[in-house]
Design a binder for this molecule. Sequence first.
Ligand SMILES: Cc1cc2nc3c(=O)[nH]c(=O)nc-3n(C[C@H](O)[C@H](O)[C@H](O)COP(=O)(O)OP(=O)(O)OC[C@H]3O[C@@H](n4cnc5c(N)ncnc54)[C@H](O)[C@@H]3O)c2cc1C
Length: 467
Amino acid sequence: MPAAAGRAALAAIVGREHVHAPDGWLDDITEHPAGTATLAVTPGTRDEVVEVVRWAAREGVAITPVVAGYNVAGIAIPHGGIVVDLKRLDGLEVDPDTMTAVVEPGVTFAQLKAHLDEHHPDLAYTYPFAPPFTSALMNALLDGLNNLSMRGGAMGRWLTGVEAVLADGTVVRTGSGGVVDSWFGRAPLPDLTGLFISTQGTTGIVLRGGLALVPKAVHRTRWFAFAWSLDTAYAAMRALARSGSFDDVGCMTWPSAKLLFGATRGLVRADDEPFAFLFIDITASTAEELAARVALGRRVLADAGVDAPFEVSQLVKLMPGMAKLAELPTTLDFLLDFPGGGLAWVGSYGPGAAWVKGAEAGLGVLEAHGFPPFLVARPMEGGRYWVLRYVACFDRGDDDEVGRVRSAMAELADVVLDHGYVPYKASEGAAARIVARADPGFTELLTRVRDALDPDRRMNPGRWPGT
Ligand SMILES: Cc1cc2nc3c(=O)[nH]c(=O)nc-3n(C[C@H](O)[C@H](O)[C@H](O)COP(=O)(O)OP(=O)(O)OC[C@H]3O[C@@H](n4cnc5c(N)ncnc54)[C@H](O)[C@@H]3O)c2cc1C
């Protein structure tokens, strides 16, 4: 359909001022090439989104949904058709009884936290290192990792149900909210919520979703501790995770600290600098419980050969820069404002037994391509599985560097799969690798689901290639 006719039809649905030239939606901060689109729309209500999808179905137009576009995988870059930007859908309702927040796609982490702090100070959500302006619902739909994922697993598990509009314009619901007037959970129903998790918008546009909240802990402390090798970092994280006594345990390798304190290029680790720092969150209902957990934590760290921890509140007094890591959500401006503005990573989930070897192999790939060995990691779901995420900051204007990032990310996707890890928020390249290695039964079922829900592959085209 010609752009002018599309513009008029869409303007009749969302209003003229909410139909845009697509220029601001064609690329992101990653190494992925810019895409193409005819138009972008910014609907303001659920009904407008549904009408846009119905119009696209009638016209056979592809749709790429987006909120902030900070997925760091290039998976909201459009491949033709229109972009539907959902930032304006920011409805949010909390049910304190079932401890759920039903949120629209445009609800950001900052908005959710501010709402809870003001109206439900006894409840909390779990936050990532992602910028405060990104979508809480997308983070859950992408199966991300937040600061209670060490306890509660990847964020898809925190979804209690969704309402979505399918490619043909049908509105569907999953979870308890699809049956009764309460979004308390996914049990005891056929678990159809999974159709929308990690599928990257290919099965439909989610209009709202239930997020599980938790009681806010009364007592809390946060530590940093230094580890001098990957082995000691792993031993400490594993023991802390398996004790069941800590909220969050994770680690970042030394380049993150250099970047945090303002260095950008030529990063070198001195002999007296630790290889990684661990962050550890401890909460409790009483002061006595907190003291017991603190004592246990100190013992576990010492047994694992990790230096005595620092309380973040004390450390921040000495090094105010550390405040960026002290409280979530946060803006890691040292990643977002790296000269040239590029940020890329391969993140993955997999078994602990392969963590050290996988970390070493992936860091080797980064270094071989001229990037510092920057790893972010965390045990998930009590240590059932683990995170390996290799990070590269780069200059998007430097073609040579972009080329090296692309090669590194492609190799890293293979490295993690070689170690039994599976990329999350998979870029097109990583998704193709997953599909190529998957059991034929996995690929067959995903293909059939997509055939049933979007036979023309108009929803976020290009994602999950090969299915
Ligand atoms: C510095 C930095 C740190 C980060 N740290 C973390 C972290 O610690 N943990 C973590 O999990 N993530 C992290 N992220 C990744 C990411 O920012 C978050 O997961 C974020 O919540 C994604 O939200 P978004 O608004 O950017 O989503 P978008 O990128 O806009 O969308 C994500 C995907 O969902 C699709 N989509 C958009 N709207 C819909 C819809 N309504 N229905 C269906 N599909 C839709 C898009 O097409 C895209 O494929 C980080 C990102 C940055 C830049």
